[in-house]
Structure formats: structure tokens, C-alpha cells
Design a protein. Structure first.
Length: 81
């Protein structure tokens, strides 16, 4: 119930791939709008936002890990010359 209105559960909407920070940001924006307009329960919105934030952190960590590995490979190649 939200502001005296009963929320009717909707079937789970299709979510696109969440493999980039931009995609996660778009989904997080959608969750925010849906919670603000009453399409989803604000508690669910909070839960979704937490999960999306966790996914964003994982993407950032993975990207940094890849960049560091590339830099290490470059540095190793320079030392071998």
C-alpha cells in the first residue's frame, strides 16, 4: 500500500543487459521513477537500487582490474626489451 492506494503486483518487466555502467545507470533511473510514481513499492525500489549499486561496483572493479592487467603487461614488455 502506498499513500492509501493498494499496489497491484506487475509481472517482472524485462530488464536489458546490465553489463555497463551506463546500462546500470539507466536501470537505476527507471527504478527511481517507478518508485516515485507508485509503479513499484518504495521498499522494493530501495532493494533494487541497492542491488544495482552493487552491480555498478562490480563493473567498476572489473574494469579497473582489466586496466591494471594491461598496464602490467605493457610494463613487462618494456622491461623485456
Amino acid at each position: 500500500m502506498l499513500n492509501g492506494k493498494e499496489l497491484i503486483p506487475n509481472p517482472a518487466p524485462r530488464v536489458g543487459r546490465l553489463d555497463t555502467l551506463q546500462a546500470v545507470r539507466r536501470e537505476l533511473s527507471r527504478v527511481y521513477r517507478d518508485a516515485r510514481t507508485g509503479k513499484i513499492d518504495p521498499q522494493d525500489g530501495t532493494r533494487f537500487a541497492f542491488i544495482l549499486s552493487s552491480i555498478a561496483k562490480l563493473i567498476e572493479s572489473s574494469d579497473l582490474e582489466e586496466r591494471i592487467a594491461k598496464l602490467e603487461q605493457q610494463q613487462k614488455g618494456e622491461h623485456d626489451r
